[in-house]
Design a binder for this molecule. Structure first.
Ligand code: PGA
Length: 255
């Protein structure tokens, strides 16, 4: 499959970091370093930073995303944000199904699918996260599990809508731990995801799908991971908070 047919996308996942003032400062730091990027660059920021991020990235090559959204359009869901609220502000991306949401906030494959559907209905680009725990890897069920997570999350998603989805393979044991999957491990699971999408849709859909690796990707290991045939980008946590490191990863993804 020809990797050059796919978009390379590097997205920062800031998690619960940065006040609005700090967010502005971080984006101002990133902007000049990534302006010539030959890949798509996105920053996914806390809800309260979205306004500042949208303002600071106006006229630049940096897209802005949120870190989650609810599946209903409005209603009695204290603490949640709807996809329409995000698009009304000009937000273009949303992360759905991050393992921290699944682990700490009880999100399941079924609610992940509902959120994916709502995000697509609102016109958002979705960064859909899948990945295994260490115990599951040790049990040898990574491929089955990730394939199943992918299938459930994409339930009711048409081939046309799939064009708005990026899948991020994030082995949970590698997130924020400094442990990275080897380039081969990362590629192997990204290839499983692509195969799953091929089974669900067809070869063209699979070939066009951008798949990111996430889990302690940094300035040093990015190139090797991104050089893998099925790894098209990265979802970056810790290193996305450091402009020089983030820019180095963007450089490694540029084609
Ligand atoms: P990390 O986080 O790069 O800090 O491991 C990645 C993620 O959770 O998206």
């Amino acid at each position: 499959m020809n990797k050059n047919l796919r978009k390379a996308v590097i997205a920062g996942n800031w998690k619960m970091n940065k006040t609005p003032a700090e967010a502005k400062e971080l984006i101002e730091g990133i902007k000049p370093l990534v302006k010539d990027a030959d890949c798509d660059v996105v920053v996914c920021v806390p809800y309260v930073d979205l306004s500042v991020a949208l303002e600071a990235t106006k006229g630049t090559n940096i897209g802005v995303g949120a870190e989650n959204c609810h599946w209903e359009k409005s209603g009695a869901f204290t603490g949640e944000i709807s996809a329409d609220m995000l698009t009304s502000m000009g937000v273009q991306y949303v992360i759905i199904g991050h393992s921290e949401r699944r682990t700490y906030f009880g999100e399941t494959d079924v609610t992940v699918n509902k959120r994916v559907r709502a995000a697509l209905d609102s016109g958002l680009n979705v960064i859909l996260c899948v990945g295994e725990y260490l115990e599951q890897r040790e049990q040898g069920i990574t491929a089955e599990l990730v394939s199943m997570q992918t299938k459930i999350a994409l339930g009711g998603v048409s081939k046309e809508e799939l064009k708005k989805i990026i899948i991020a393979y994030e082995p949970v044991w590698a997130i924020g731990t400094g442990k990275t999957a080897t380039a081969e491990q990362a590629n192997e699971v990204c290839a499983v995801i692509r195969e799953t999408v091929k089974d669900l849709y067809d070869a063209a859909a699979a070939e066009g799908l951008t798949i990111q690796y996430g889990g302690s990707m940094n300035a040093k290991n990015a190139k090797e991971l991104l050089d893998q045939p099925d790894v098209d980008g990265g979802l970056i946590g810790g290193a996305s908070l450091k402009p020089a490191d983030f820019a180095e990863i963007v450089k490694a993804a540029s084609r």
